[in-house]
Design a protein around this ligand. Structure first.
Ligand code: SIN
Length: 488
């Protein structure tokens, strides 16, 4: 059925990809990939485990020798070719994504373009890896710093952005000279495998980019964090799993990059441009049906504009059309699983039982067959509710009230998370003041569409460590070596 929807049916791959070969599980096991809009099985994919992951790591280690013989310019050209192929095939990639992940087609297409931008960016950065010459401490010595690939990278990626979270790890790894073994989310392996097919067509050498799909996440994760040949682990996902991976990786002192959970506040001040604030908070909340780490989790609105904001925001939210992401009229798709729907329902129930009131949505009515939840607005939310503390990961917007700037900053920082925060105000001094006081890795002022390949994406506190994208993003894949030349 997927095949009939694609212009290039050979992008639909259902085996793992190790050392340039498409492989089945040794025991023949497969797992189901389900369309969350219909609850139908759309493909069965090879269920690889620890054994295949170990093989992939060892072959990935050998592959680095081949890649290291290419000049930075040659590596750049191969990455650029991969970017071109992803862009040429963006509609097919977007269809695959909508079918396995649920997001509406326009958003899926946008994600493929966003994901491709990391490949293009790091194709360029591959040519710009510089060392350094340090001041000498004596006349017969010279001290140098050279940058080298850190080694094999183990990557674990989530289902919410099935292309972009992969390219923003794989592209810098390859640009730096590292090979990579990727475990994509079991919910969305098809996007990852299609990317691998295009990487192979682009000329990325066998073994440099390997994909190990599987449901045995702990077993695969143990290899990626425990094998001595893996030198770095990069993960996007929950804080709970991130902590486990960090503890495992510590046993062999691996470098880690962790992009973990968020609890993003949007602060709307009395002096904000109200239409901009409503639009910004809407986009930040309902992108990908609320399943984004930098989604607006809490909307904090100053008392003077609270009623106006709630009313304008509710009106916009009521206009969403929930449905299958491939249907033209849909403006929001399903959640990823039934459990996700249950989690969101329970957060809403908790808030309502503690005094919050619904102004839109509130349940999973309206769209049959899949894992849908109506876009929901809750007013009069407060700090006693679970929704103030937990990552919602669904289309529910709780609106809190504050009186003073001091109170707003305290509420915004009252969380163990620190990924993204947003504020709306026309006062420039306040923009500065609050941006500096927010304990977050990223702050959007009068803007919530903050992501792109040129910015350092990442968080502080329990939202993780390391930055992805930007001119800083390559450093996480490079090791610094000091060389002392004596007897000059
Ligand atoms: C995420 O959910 O962490 C990714 C969001 C983005 O890249 O904008």
């Amino acid at each position: 059925m997927i095949e009939q929807m694609l212009s290039d049916t050979s992008l639909l791959k259902t085996q793992g990809f190790i050392n340039g070969q498409w492989v089945s599980a040794e025991n023949g096991a497969e797992f189901d990939v389900v369309n969350p809009a219909s609850n139908e099985v759309i493909a069965r994919v090879a269920d690889l485990g620890g054994k295949e992951t170990k093989q992939a790591i060892e072959l990935a280690h050998d592959a680095m020798a081949v890649w290291s013989k290419k000049t930075p310019k040659e590596k750049s050209a191969v990455l650029r070719k991969w970017f071109d192929l992803v862009m040429e095939n963006k509609d097919d990639l977007a269809k695959i994504m909508t079918l396995e992940q649920g997001k509406i087609f326009a958003e899926a297409r946008g994600e493929v373009i966003y994901g491709a931008s990391y490949i293009e960016w790091f194709a360029e950065e591959a040519k710009r890896i510089y060392g350094d010459v340090l001041p000498s401490t004596s006349t017969d010595r010279r001290s140098l710093v050279i940058k080298q690939p850190i080694g094999v990278v183990g990557a674990i990626t989530p289902w919410n952005f099935p292309v972009a979270m992969i390219t923003r790890k794989v592209a810098p790894a390859l640009a730096a000279g590292c090979s990579i073994v990727l475990k994509p989310a079991a919910e969305t392996p098809l996007s990852a495998l299609a990317l691998a097919e295009l990487a192979q067509r682009a000329g990325i050498p066998s073994g440099m980019f390997n994909v190990v799909p599987g449901v045995a996440a702990a077993e695969i994760g143990e290899q990626l964090t425990g094998h001595s040949l893996v030198k770095k682990v990069t993960f996007t996902g929950s804080t709970r799993v991130g902590k486990i991976l960090m503890a495992q990786a510590a046993q062999t002192v691996k470098r880690t990059s962790m992009e973990l959970g968020g609890n993003a506040p949007v602060l709307v001040f009395d002096d904000a441009d109200m239409d901009k604030a409503v639009e910004g908070a809407l986009a930040a909340k309902f992108r990908n049906a609320g399943q984004t780490c930098i989604c607006a989790n809490r909307i904090l609105v100053q008392s003077g504009v609270y009623e106006e904001f709630v009313s304008k925001y509710t009106e916009k939210v009521q206009a969403f059309v929930v449905g299958n992401g491939l249907a033209e009229k849909s403006t929001m798709g399903p959640l990823i699983t039934r459990i996700a729907v249950e989690n969101v329902s329970s957060l809403v129930e908790d808030a309502l039982s503690k005094g919050a009131k619904l102004t839109a949505g509130g349940d999973n009515s309206g769209a049959e067959g899949g894992y849908f939840f109506q876009p929901t607005v809750i007013r009069d939310a407060d700090q006693s509710m679970r929704i103030a503390k937990e990552e919602v990961f669904g289309p529910v917007a709780p609106i809190f009230r504050f009186d003073t700037e001091e109170e707003a900053v305290a509420m915004a920082n009252d969380t163990e998370f620190g990924l993204a925060a947003y504020l709306f105000t026309k006062d420039q001094s306040r923009s500065w003041r609050i941006s500096e006081r927010l304990d977050y890795g990223m702050v959007g002022v009068n803007e919530t569409a903050i992501s792109s390949e040129v910015i350092p994406f990442g968080g502080v506190k329990e939202s993780g460590q390391g930055r992805e994208g930007s001119k800083y993003g390559l450093e996480d894949y490079l090791e610094m070596k000091y060389v002392c030349l004596g007897d000059i």
